[in-house]
Write a protein that binds this ligand. Structure first.
Ligand SMILES: Nc1ncnc2c1ncn2[C@@H]1O[C@H](COP(=O)(O)OP(=O)(O)OP(=O)(O)O)[C@@H](O)[C@H]1O
Ligand SMILES: [Mg+2]
Length: 496
């Protein structure tokens, strides 16, 4: 193709003068994909724009870059002694994203681009317009900037997140908790009520401002703390700082109580039920000590294992005559941290189950404000295989919570091990680096619109870059997460 023709197809248009030329389309051209040679600086993931003679400017994204040569293996072996010049071009595969028509709808060009059309690095305003990225400061959570496009801030619609749930998935150390901290900061700033299940006690640092860095300035973030807006509760006040979190024993069934013990239910269910029924006839509230006293009066040695398990539960201090009131835990516009650090797994599950159940029931009756329930390490509380007492209620919240303004945010390092019913209900999905093939498959199956290139990119993402999709984000986007306003509590431990 001659210079003149190329000029006609691309450079002749007035507004292309300020754009940076990065390639020329060659080879077979489709309507959804094309290849171009690469001139200058173009990387995988970059956005490009090409002028289509019928539809105007169209946006595309570089899915893959290859260096193509005429050097064969045989010639490479002989290269040392032969005189052979290698010809090479760098070629990019570009996936067509589309253009906005006069009604503002995203459209695909229905005919291919002309071969020889010039490919330009896309302008920021054009990227925003075609993708449909909106500055929704008022009702949006500012999570960061479009990856490699630091001028484009990304906001997630908070209403959509609470109504339709969120999942944050990535391998360990990829930055899930850091990002969850960013989301919680945004909830606090927007007075969104939230409860976080915190198995490592890492969200208490939301009270403390982070140290200011250059990144803060670049992302327009000011360090601050949220001291007055955070309440911490814990089932074990000897282990952790916080207000005591207790449950009412008389609201538990004998079977639920037995599930917490490492005992054969068939052998102990009847005596335990009898003891609890007896107490119920005489009083409204009772303690574990009361149950033990009734069982001891039987003077039956076979009940000894049951008694020692009850003693263990009593020492845990998780049950009381009157449990902690939910409207003390949940306060409008505030964040409640449920610190489970060091608490045994069965007790953690009990806390998640009881608390989630209470939140759901009270939300249904509008007794507490609409809120977001954030569950860290969700593979423990809602596993795909095996049992956890909390799975059922989390499933119910995932499928029915939206009707009642109870949002769920699920965080896990093992997407393949989290209950699929729950994951499939999460409309806003945030994925950081994942390398495990099973987890990648689980993500590939549950995220719409992921290209081959994006799935490969997920495996190589640097810490702090996330793939965000769903909610108000019209197509999967890579986002560089903003720095934290508050201190991150989950710093990796330095051994040396
Ligand atoms: N966006 C970011 N910017 C800068 N540092 C980050 C970012 N995200 C994570 N980090 C750093 O990476 C480390 C791991 O992050 P984080 O604790 O969030 O990982 P995680 O995915 O929650 O891991 P785990 O599954 O083990 O809980 C931390 O030391 C944190 O400071
Ligand atoms: Mg974490």
């Amino acid at each position: 193709m001659s210079e003149v023709e190329v000029k006609h197809l691309g450079e002749g248009y007035m507004d292309s003068a300020s754009l940076k030329k990065v390639g020329v389309i060659y080879g077979d051209v489709g309507t959804t994909q094309f290849t171009c040679n690469v001139i200058g600086n173009l990387e995988q993931g970059d956005y490009v724009q090409v002028y289509h003679e019928r539809f105007g400017w169209v946006l595309g994204k570089v899915d893959e870059i290859k260096r193509k040569t005429n050097l064969t293996l045989e010639k490479a072996i002989k290269l040392q002694d032969d005189d052979f010049t290698v010809k090479e071009i760098v070629a990019a595969t570009v996936v067509v994203i589309g253009y906005r028509d006069e009604r503002g709808l995203l459209q695909f060009p229905r005919t291919p681009f002309n071969v020889g059309s010039i490919v330009y690095k896309a302008e920021e305003e054009f990227i925003k317009k075609v993708i449909g990225i909106k500055d929704i400061r008022e009702k949006g959570a500012y999570i960061g900037r479009l990856y490699r496009y630091r001028k484009i801030p990304i906001y997630l619609d908070i209403n959509v997140m609470v109504q339709k749930h969120v999942s944050i998935l990535a391998k360990t150390g990829a930055g899930k908790s850091y990002l969850t901290g960013v989301l919680l900061e945004e909830f606090l700033k927007h007075n969104v009520t939230a409860v976080v299940i915190d198995p490592h006690g890492e969200y208490i640092s939301l009270r403390t401002p982070s140290k200011k860095t250059k990144l803060h300035q670049e992302f327009g973030v000011l360090p601050r703390g949220y001291e007055g807006k955070i309440n911490v509760f814990t089932p074990d006040v000897q282990l952790n700082k916080g207000k005591p979190l207790k449950f009412t024993l008389s609201s538990m069934t004998s079977r639920e109580l037995l599930n917490l013990m490492n005992l054969d239910a068939r052998q102990y269910l009847i005596p335990l039920r009898k003891a609890m029924d007896l107490l119920k006839t005489s009083r409204q509230y009772y303690t574990i000590k009361d149950v033990m006293r009734v069982l001891e009066s039987e003077e039956n040695n076979a009940l000894q294992p049951l008694l020692s398990q009850l003693e263990y539960l009593d020492e845990m201090g998780i049950f009381d005559k009157r449990g902690t009131k939910i409207n003390e835990i949940v306060q409008r516009g505030k964040l409640s941290i449920i610190n489970l650090r060091g608490v045994p797994p069965d007790i953690q599950e009990l806390v998640v189950q009881r608390l989630s159940m209470a939140l759901f029931e009270l939300r249904k009756r509008n007794k507490i404000p609409p809120l977001m329930l954030v569950v860290e390490e969700a593979h423990n509380y809602a596993p795909q295989q095996g049992t956890s007492s909390s799975t059922k209620i989390l499933r119910t919240i995932a499928s029915e919570g939206r009707k009642f303004g109870l949002g769920l945010c699920i965080i896990s390092q093992r997407p393949a091990k989290v209950d699929k019913n729950i994951l499939s209900q999460c409309n806003t999905q945030i994925i950081l680096r994942v390398t495990n093939p099973n987890d990648l498959r689980a993500i590939g199956n549950s995220v719409e619109g992921l290209t081959k290139g994006s799935l490969e990119e997920i495996q190589r993402l640097p810490v702090g870059v996330a793939l965000v999709t769903g909610g108000n984000i019209p197509m999967p986007l890579f986002v560089e997460i903003r720095p934290r306003e508050t201190k991150h509590g989950g710093e990796s431990v330095k051994v040396v």
